[in-house]
Ligand binder design. Structure first.
Ligand code: AMP
Length: 446
């Protein structure tokens, strides 16, 4: 995958990186820094802790390796121990980082090592004992080695958590924290994640990033570039049901996922939709695991094209071909909204998401738009136009019913997330970026 680079980007040499690194960059054929490199490298060179949103393919590996290697070259060398540790969720990713690190260190004396499960334990212990400066590891095997007291991270200069959201989804949260807690407290920490709106990532950032300033690069929008987001206003739930049936019968999709806020609502939609000859399934927390698995199988195989689900039931649902997500109920907060729409438009797929919004949900929906720093496209279904047209003051200014010009994604800006002290009570943690909506607990009830 080739990263997108604008021709207005500064050159790598403007970052004043150590010479051996500039030579390696040139040998790799990197002409200009990618957006994430432009923003992260100067800040990381200032030895700041960073929370960075970046996907695979954005050039994120060099964004954290280059400033780290620069520190190792320019800071006084330590007598023993690892100086930079990169944690990655999978062997494959660790291997990719290792390869790139070897290329970038080609003109230095720095040694790079890799620690992943499945490889020889003894060899890995020996590698660590040789004071390899940079270690790329998956958390599981590294912890096993730590139990034998081989690694020494008391002199660590930089800790990097790559694809933190994936590490958390794979259940590495405790392991990552144990490793981070064993590292030099004066270290720099760089936390990279595809999305910053992953609740676990925000909690993790709160625990491992020591500086009082958390810096986020990219707008929240960036994680969902391939999803078109629309709003259709509705008079009430009956009207919503008609709109839902219309959309499911008229939109083009392989698989559709419909979200409700409650099990009762999920169940109540099935009958009317089946009446429309749609192949519909329901997934919620009241069903036993066997039924849930069967339902998922039918959905995965395409036997069922429409699934109605609550948040908890849909968690972790990674099914190919979901290209329509309909929020029958507006989710209770922005984090839930992100989780829901994240079920569509995965990787290279395009997705459409439509929220059905009645008057009592309008404020909630606007809150989600503000949270995401986005305005969704207003859409009217001519055949089923209702009385409710959105709040009056928006209507007067022409903003309510799709009159507004197409909204371009916000320019990517380096954005400092301020600490909002009044959120601390809810989260029970020291620092909380303002993007957190701590009431993200409703789906436990589904
Ligand atoms: P990553 O997102 O780190 O997995 O990088 C994706 C691909 O982009 C890798 O093959 C890198 O070698 C390449 N890459 C990283 N930075 C640049 C750059 N500034 N110019 C061109 N290619 C790059």
């Amino acid at each position: 995958m080739h990263p997108i680079i604008t021709d207005t980007a500064p050159s790598f040499s403007s970052f004043s990186l150590a010479k051996p690194l500039l030579i390696a960059i040139s040998k790799l054929g990197f002409e200009l820094p990618t957006p994430v490199q432009q923003k992260a490298i100067p800040l990381a060179l200032e030895y700041k802790d960073l929370l960075v949103s970046a996907e695979t393919g954005s050039g994120k590996t060099a964004a954290f390796l280059l400033p780290t290697l620069h520190h190792l070259i320019t800071l006084p060398s330590k007598q023993f121990g690892t100086r930079a540790l990169v944690l990655a969720p999978t062997r494959e990713l660790a291997q990719q980082i290792f390869n790139q690190c070897q290329q970038l260190t080609e003109f230095t004396d720095l040694k790079v090592g890799i620690i992943t499960g499945g490889d020889d334990f003894r060899l890995q212990q020996n590698m660590l004992r040789r004071n390899t400066e940079i270690v790329i590891a998956t958390p599981g095997r590294l912890l096993e080695l730590m139990e034998q007291e081989t690694p020494n991270f008391s002199n660590l200069d930089v800790l990097i958590l790559d694809e933190a959201d994936r590490m958390l989804d794979m259940g590495f949260s405790e392991d990552v924290l144990t490793i981070a807690n064993s590292c030099n407290t004066q270290r720099q920490t760089l936390l990279f994640s595809a999305t910053l709106t992953h609740f676990g990532v925000i909690k993790m950032a709160d625990k491992v990033l020591k500086n009082h300033e958390v810096v986020a690069l990219n707008t929240l929008h960036d994680g969902h570039r391939n999803i078109e987001q629309q709003i259709v206003v509705a008079d009430d739930n009956d009207h919503k049901q008609k709109l839902l049936a219309w959309l499911l019968l008229n939109e083009t999709y392989d698989k559709a996922l419909v979200f409700t806020n409650s099990r009762i609502q999920a169940d109540s939609l099935r009958g009317p939709l089946r009446g429309q000859k749609l192949r519909v399934g329901v997934l919620h927390g009241d069903m036993d695991q066997k039924d849930r698995n069967r339902m998922m199988e039918l959905y995965r195989d395409g036997e069922v094209k429409v699934m109605i689900a609550t948040d908890l039931a849909a968690r972790g649902l990674d099914i190919k071909g979901i290209n329509l997500v309909i929020n029958f109920d507006v989710p209770r907060n922005g984090i839930n909204y992100i989780h829901r729409i994240g079920r569509t438009g995965r990787v290279d797929e395009l997705g459409l998401t439509i929220a059905l919004v009645k008057s009592t949900e309008w404020n909630l929906m606007s809150g989600i738009e503000r949270f995401l720093k986005q305005k969704f496209k207003r859409r009217t279904i001519k055949e089923l136009e209702g009385k409710y047209k959105g709040p009056k003051k928006l209507k007067a200014s022409g903003k309510a019913a799709g009159i507004k010009k197409k909204i371009e994604p916000k320019k990517v800006v380096a954005e400092k997330i301020k600490i909002r002290h009044r959120d601390q009570k809810n989260i029970g943690k020291r620092r909380t970026p303002t993007i957190v909506n701590p009431s993200d607990s409703q789906d436990q009830k589904d």
